[in-house]
Design a protein around this ligand. Structure first.
Ligand code: 5AD
Ligand code: SF4
Length: 491
């Protein structure tokens, strides 16, 4: 491949002001550039998106892939690609460290491939100290953008390509394109998107968070809460269903406060009722529910729904009312347990899962025992347990009495054991049942085995082939293996 190439810059006239028109304009420009680069390379330009973190990021990555495919990049399953993007997470410190570690690797690939661009986006990029560090120590990165301007990706790629390749000599360390916004109230609809699964999809119903739990960095990196218009959400789901989707996962940091900031406010429960009416849609999931905002109306809707899955993710964070107060969670142990009781009375077979943080500043042995007590009382179907991670800029980071690592580790292990014990007990109770299962994938080692999910989100492996993917079938749960089942199709 010729290394002394120069990109022919395209003149841009009459760039549309309004979105999404503007982005479709830049998609056309970027397409021309990819054609030029492919000609230089002698084969199609390739990309790889690596996603860190939550479902929100997974959905954002589908948006990135949608644009990359539109402009002519081909997806590959390796980071030895012409454009590698890390969609980052910063909720805990270890997520950040992973990214820095892997950037070194990417640099190695880039040294061998003069057409390679490296892009960084997502929550970590909303932290000024991170961007500063990358500017200082990772000069080879070509494009950095944040969570608020992801809709501008086509425009950002265009600029990054121009900056990186218009004069290759300049590339040595001076072509970084950076665009980070502090916040936005903008939601841009109708951009291209490429879904990972044909039968299920995430659907953003809101962005950002207003809760400011004292340990959490999300409100600082994802901005203030803003909801999409119900008609846009319904239209998107109708289109997905027409495309073969049977299950949607409604996404928001706190779906229970959906709709409050709209011109015509509407509750999350009311939105669910509208979504329920969509013909052809079989399953509705949502994530995440803040206990403080979970309404009786929502419980009622869940009780009467045929489509809402029997699963509620209800982050506890801590079982100690004292700690919950310092965490700024706006509920206490008693209220949480009452809520669980109310939900279980209304929907007896619902699976409950949760998030728990161990080692929040000032957590005493007694506080931790309160958490263990809630875990025993609720009997979660599963739980994500996290060691508290100090996030600079959050109120908890400057609190006194940070808990020593060895103490936290012992508590964490105790909690994990308890969670596993209660989860196994819950799972065993369903053995022998016949349940509806949405088949999601073929086993990687054995093409005669498929994997699916129950309404309550549990995983089941059964004999079957690829033609079952995307179908909802009856499965007898013959054996419980702790966290998953072995089953067989009942015809
Ligand atoms: N340390 C540890 N866990 C955290 N989470 C959020 N912030 C932190 C932190 N600083 C956890 C919470 C949240 C989940 C997504 O991540 O439990 O519900
Ligand atoms: Fe973070 Fe709390 Fe918002 Fe969840 S609700 S994203 S834990 S601030």
């Amino acid at each position: 491949m010729e290394t002394n190439f120069k990109l022919k810059i395209i003149d841009k006239t009459q760039i549309p002001e309004t979105e999404p028109k503007r982005q479709y304009y830049f998609i056309e420009i970027a397409k021309e550039y990819i054609k030029q680069l492919s000609a230089i390379k002698g084969s199609p330009m390739t990309f790889h998106v690596s996603t860190f973190g939550c479902q929100m990021n997974a959905r954002d990555s589908e948006k990135l892939v949608g644009i990359l495919e539109q402009i002519g990049y081909e997806e590959v399953d390796t980071e030895e690609a012409d454009f590698v993007i890390y969609n980052t997470c910063t909720v805990r410190e270890n997520a950040n460290n992973k990214v820095y570690g892997r950037l070194g690797y990417l640099n190695g690939f880039q040294k061998k491939n003069p057409l390679m661009m490296i892009g960084l986006c997502g929550c970590m990029m909303q932290e000024p100290t991170v961007v500063e560090k990358i500017k200082q120590s990772y000069r080879f990165v070509n494009l950095i953008f944040g969570t608020h301007n992801i809709y501008k990706f086509a425009e950002l790629i265009t600029t990054a390509i121009e900056n990186s390749f218009s004069d290759l000599a300049k590339k040595k360390g001076s072509s970084m394109t950076i665009d980070i916004w502090e916040d936005t109230d903008k939601i841009v609809e109708d951009l291209p998107i490429e879904r990972k699964y044909f039968f299920k999809s995430g659907v953003n119903i809101m962005f950002g968070c207003n809760n400011f739990c004292s340990y959490c960095i999300v409100p600082y990196v994802r901005g203030r809460e803003r909801s999409r218009e119900p008609k846009d959400i319904i239209r998107e789901i109708e289109k997905l269903v027409a495309d073969g989707v049977v299950e949607v996962m409604l996404l928001g940091q706190n779906v229970n406060s959906y709709g409050k900031n709209l011109d015509n406010p509407i509750s999350f429960a009311a939105l669910l009722q509208e979504i329920e009416k969509i013909d052809g849609l079989e399953r509705i999931r949502f994530m995440t529910s803040h206990p403080k905002d979970l309404s009786d109306e929502l419980i009622e809707v869940m009780k009467n729904s045929k489509k809402i899955c029997k699963h509620l993710h209800l982050p506890l964070q801590s079982g100690s009312s004292r700690i919950l107060k310092i965490m700024n969670r706006h509920y206490d142990k008693e209220r949480y347990l009452e809520l669980v009781e109310k939900i279980r009375t209304a929907v007896p077979d619902i699976a409950l899962t949760t998030d728990i943080i161990v080692g929040f500043p000032g957590e005493t042995e007694e506080d931790f025992e309160e958490t263990m007590d809630v875990v025993r009382k609720v009997g979660y179907d599963s739980a994500f347990t996290f060691i508290y991670s100090k996030r600079t800029g959050t109120p908890a980071a400057s609190m006194e009495n940070q808990i020593p690592e060895d103490v936290v580790k012992v508590r964490f292990d105790r909690l994990l054991k308890e969670v596993q014990k209660t989860a196994t007990k819950k799972a065993e109770a369903l053995t022998g049942n016949i349940e509806k299962v949405l088949v999601e994938s073929v086993n990687e080692q054995d093409e005669h085995l498929v994997t699916g999910r129950l309404s309550n989100n549990s995983v089941v492996h059964l004999t079957g082939t690829a033609d079952l993917i995307g179908k909802i079938i009856d499965v007898k749960l013959t054996e419980c293996k702790g966290f998953y089942y072995i089953g067989e199709e009942v015809k």
